[in-house]
Design a protein around this ligand. Structure first.
Ligand SMILES: Cc1cc2nc3c(=O)[nH]c(=O)nc-3n(C[C@H](O)[C@H](O)[C@H](O)COP(=O)(O)O)c2cc1C
Length: 150
């Protein structure tokens, strides 16, 4: 059975809600999954997983909680691992930096040599809105599709 880790950074719970939906999609797709808040994650957490999934909201750049982890990733080799990224954002209020954290994390994963298995999932909702059922379902389906393609 493949093993995945989902690491998220979230301020008001939106990226966290998506992370939970992604985790439930992996379970449905037969992937063993661990979910962690980036505030408690370490770079070497990634070593024992086949699939590394990072999820973050954007707050004027990379989510603060991801900064330390992001810096530590710089020296990490993820060659041979698969990876994917997701996150919520707000294109109406932040058209120029919509889901910027997602792009930043995807770039770092590529630099580490990870194989990106799918296009990043960016969920667009106006600021202050919680993730609705449609958003959660989209995140779950995204993960089921990743699991089935492993
Ligand atoms: C101060 C501030 C800055 C933000 N900057 C961006 C941004 O640059 N790009 C973007 O897409 N969304 C931006 N957002 C919107 C949040 O990313 C969005 O509301 C998200 O759903 C919050 O998710 P979270 O609860 O997981 O932190 C910003 C929101 C705030 C309050």
């Amino acid at each position: 059975m493949s093993r995945a880790i989902v690491i998220y950074g979230s301020n008001t719970g939106n990226a966290e809600a998506l992370a939970q939906s992604v985790a439930s999609g992996f379970e449905e797709g037969g992937v063993e999954v661990t979910i962690k808040d980036v505030a408690t994650a370490k770079g070497d957490d990634l070593a024992s997983y086949d699939l590394v999934v990072l999820g973050s909201s954007t707050w004027d750049g990379l989510h603060d909680d991801f900064e330390d982890f992001y810096q530590k990733m710089a020296g990490l080799s993820l060659a041979g691992k698969k990876a994917a990224v997701f996150g919520p954002g707000d294109s109406a209020n932040y058209p120029d930096t919509f889901c910027e954290s997602v792009d930043i994390l995807e770039e770092r994963l590529k630099q580490c040599g990870a194989d990106m298995v799918t296009a990043a999932l960016k969920i667009d909702r106006p600021m202050g809105e919680e993730m609705d059922e449609a958003a959660k379902e989209e995140a779950k389906t995204w993960a089921v599709n990743i699991a089935r393609a492993l």
